[in-house]
Design a protein around this ligand. Structure first.
Ligand code: 8YV
Length: 310
C-alpha cells in the first residue's frame, strides 16, 4: 500500500538506519536483476552508495521509481539525465562527510610520507632488532597540490595548511572566495607539487585524468593521494609509475572495480591502501544514513527533498 512504500537497497547501511527504514518502508535488498524482476513494479525508491550508484539496467527495470536517496555525495554512477527525463528525484548526503574524507586524505599523506605502515611491518617482523631504521620525509614545507576544490578539497587545504605546507589547487574554475592559489593546468600543478591529492568528482570529465604524463610531472619524489574515485586515475600507468619509481608512493582509498581491485597493488611496498573508507566512521555513517531516511520520508510525505541534486 502507499503507506509503506517499497524500497530497494543497494549497498550497505548501518543497522540503526535499516531499523529506521524498516519502520516506514518495505525493504528489499538488491541481489541480482533476476530476483528483482518479480518485485520491480512495486519499487518506488532506491537507496545506494556513491560507489555503486544505480546501474542503468536497474534503473531501467524500475518503472515506478520516484526517488533515489544516495548514502554519499558522488552521483557519478547515476545517469542524472535519465533521472531528470523520468522525473526521478535524486538526493545525496552533501556536507556531512567532507571532514572525515579530508581527515583520511591527511592520514594517507602522513602514512606515506612518514612510512607509518612500512614501519609497522618493520616492527612486527622483528627486523627492528637487526636493521637500522629508515629515514622518512618531513611534511612541513612540502608543496601540496589539490585537484578538485569543492567542500572536500577545501577541507583538505584547511588541514594541510596546519602542517605548514604550501598549497595550490586545480579546479574547473577558480574559487575566488578562497585565498589559496589556483592553478588552471593539472600537469603544471603536478610538476609544482610534492604531494598531489585527488578530490575531484568522478564521471566522464575526470576519467583517467591522472595519466602517465601527470605522474611523470609529479616525479620521483612525488606522492599521489586519492580519496575521490578510482576512475580518475589510469591505474596501469599508476602501477608502472610506482614499480619503476616514476613517483615515490601513493595512498589510495579508492580503486577501479572495487572491491575486486587490481592485485598488483598488493605487492607495492610504497603504497598505503584503504577499502573506500574515507567516510566510514560510525558518527558520519549514522548521520549520512539518517539523512538518507529523512530524504525518503520527506518525499513520501509530499515534501521536497532536503538535499536534492536534481
Ligand atoms: C561512501 C562515497 O563510501 O560519498 C561518496 O560518494 O563514495 C562514500 O562516501 C559511499 O557513498 C558508500 O557507498
Amino acid at each position: 500500500t502507499s503507506d509503506r512504500p517499497d524500497i530497494l537497497l543497494i549497498d550497505q547501511l548501518p543497522d540503526s538506519v535499516i531499523q529506521r527504514l524498516s519502520s516506514a518502508f518495505t525493504l528489499h535488498r538488491y541481489e541480482n536483476l533476476e530476483s528483482l524482476r518479480p518485485i520491480a513494479e512495486k519499487i518506488r525508491a532506491v537507496t545506494t552508495g556513491g560507489g555503486p550508484g544505480v546501474p542503468p539496467d536497474i534503473m531501467a527495470a524500475l518503472p515506478k521509481l520516484e526517488v533515489i536517496s544516495v548514502n554519499g555525495v558522488g552521483t557519478d554512477q547515476i545517469d542524472l539525465n535519465e533521472a531528470r527525463r523520468r522525473k526521478i528525484g535524486v538526493a545525496t548526503t552533501t556536507g556531512l562527510l567532507s571532514d572525515d574524507v579530508a581527515d583520511m586524505a591527511i592520514g594517507l599523506m602522513l602514512a606515506v610520507k612518514r612510512q607509518i605502515v612500512t614501519n609497522d611491518r618493520f616492527v612486527r617482523s622483528g627486523e627492528w632488532a637487526k636493521k637500522p631504521v629508515r629515514l622518512s620525509h618531513t611534511i612541513g614545507g612540502q608543496k601540496v597540490g589539490i585537484a578538485g576544490f569543492g567542500h572536500i578539497g577545501q577541507a583538505i587545504a584547511q588541514r594541510a595548511a596546519a602542517f605548514n605546507t604550501e598549497i595550490a589547487y586545480f579546479n574547473s574554475r577558480p574559487r575566488t572566495e578562497s585565498s589559496f592559489r589556483f592553478e588552471p593546468d593539472l600537469e603544471n600543478l603536478a610538476a609544482w607539487c610534492d604531494i598531489l591529492i585527488l578530490a575531484v568528482s568522478g564521471g566522464p570529465r575526470s576519467a583517467n585524468m591522472v595519466n602517465a604524463p601527470i605522474l611523470e610531472a609529479l616525479g620521483p619524489h612525488g606522492v599521489l593521494i586519492n580519496i575521490s574515485r578510482g576512475s580518475v586515475v589510469d591505474e596501469d600507468a599508476l602501477i608502472s609509475a610506482l614499480r619503476e619509481g616514476t613517483i615515490a608512493g601513493a595512498g589510495l582509498d579508492v580503486f577501479q572495480n572495487e572491491p575486486n581491485i587490481n592485485d598488483a597493488f598488493f605487492t607495492l611496498e610504497n603504497t598505503v591502501l584503504q577499502a573506500h573508507q574515507a567516510s566510514a566512521t560510525q558518527e558520519t555513517r549514522s548521520a549520512m544514513g539518517n539523512l538518507v531516511v529523512e530524504n525518503l520520508l520527506a518525499h513520501f510525505a509530499g515534501r521536497p527533498l532536503l538535499t536534492p541534486v536534481i
